[in-house]
Design a protein around this ligand. Structure first.
Ligand code: GLV
Ligand code: GLV
Length: 334
């Protein structure tokens, strides 16, 4: 054994439930003794529970359910670093009660996710996916006055539910498309910020009744679970579109299917689903629905930035013994 392997022995042990982009892996390998899920699929829960026992660090994904059972098993654990901005997959209260910081990856995916939201909005309004399928299937016989008529975007009203970082990034883009922007949130933005983004605060009901596009940018928690269900959908205009790139369970997916079936809204564009990776099968048959597989942050650049942020958080806690930059339960440091 040489001196190099001596240092290996002292490296903190970290479990990765799935490999991250290479730049992140390289840094992680330099700093930690890694155990990485060898398969390119969700790590089975029993394996996480088995592997966590002797680890100081956990890097997990939004597809991992890190509940109190996992956390209680992790007697040496000093940090849970989620490779996502949303952290509804982690029992944060259980981590907090054991003094374990939970970290996420905010900001580095905000603009990337907002780009996708605009892609969804434009696609559903202008029937891009339908039109692409139409052409590929050989049905295009030349320009026609009534071919694939969609809905204008400019001049319409966009209702943003949740005006956090991503909501604001969407609002900035929407201004460029000449949308009028209204929003609802649990708290109102400072007036100078509202002016900067050209957004108007309204009540939840007014947002539903007045918007031509409703886009959700709220975290999933007890308050937002099924925030959009039958009654809320019924309040929307028949010509309105619903967009969700936040978390699936914020929408009652069965209610959405029923609403679309009776034509009470014009269509929807979804990046997230109530029971991922399952999708209500009726949605798959509806042409006025755009469906993408949870790719909000899926750019090479964003996923690399997220990986580097995970590394920063692990290094802070496991090497430098300091508070990690992106802690979501800062109360453990009080
Ligand atoms: C993706 O959905 C994330 O929360 O980062
Ligand atoms: C998420 O990053 C948000 O605050 O919108």
């Amino acid at each position: 054994m040489d001196i190099g392997s001596q240092t290996v022995i002292n490296k903190p042990k970290v479990l990765l439930t799935r490999a991250l982009p290479q730049q992140g892996m390289t840094l992680l390998e330099q700093n930690f003794e890694l155990e990485v899920n060898p398969a390119d699929e969700v790590m089975p829960r029993v394996r996480i529970i088995d592997s966590i026992a002797d680890k100081q660090g956990l890097v997990c994904l939004l597809t991992d359910n890190i509940d109190s059972r996992v956390i209680n098993r992790a007697s040496s654990l000093r940090i849970i670093a989620n490779y996502a901005v949303g952290f509804n997959n982690i029992d944060v209260a259980a981590a907090t009660s054991k003094g374990i910081p939970v970290t996420n990856t905010p900001e580095v995916l905000t603009e990337t996710t907002a780009d996708l939201v605009m892609a969804l909005l434009l696609s559903v309004a202008r029937r891009i996916v339908e039109a692409d399928n139409y052409l590929r299937s050989g049905r295009f016989k030349g320009w026609a006055p009534g071919l694939l008529l969609g809905s204008d975007v400019h001049g319409k009203i966009l209702g943003v539910i949740g005006m956090g970082r991503i909501g604001q990034a969407v609002a900035r883009r929407a201004q460029g498309f000449d949308l009028k922007i209204i929003y609802h949130d649990t708290k109102r933005l400072p007036v100078h910020v509202e002016r900067k983004y050209g957004v108007v605060f309204v009540g939840f009901e007014a947002l539903l009744t007045d918007s031509d596009f409703v886009s959700i940018h709220a975290p999933l928690n007890k308050e937002t679970y099924h925030l959009i269900s039958t009654n809320e959908l019924a309040k929307m205009k028949n010509t309105a579109f619903l967009i969700n790139a936040a978390r699936g369970p914020i929408i009652d997916e069965h209610a959405l299917v029923r609403t679309l079936k009776i034509g009470e809204i014009a269509g929807c564009a979804l990046d997230v689903y109530e029971n991922e990776p399952a999708v209500a099968s009726a949605l798959l048959r509806m042409p006025n629905v755009v469906l993408v597989p949870h790719i909000g942050s899926a750019s090479i650049e964003a996923r690399t930035r997220m990986a580097l942020m995970v590394v920063d958080n692990l290094v802070a806690v496991l090497q430098n013994n300091v508070r990690p930059p992106n802690v979501v339960n800062p109360e453990i440091y009080k």
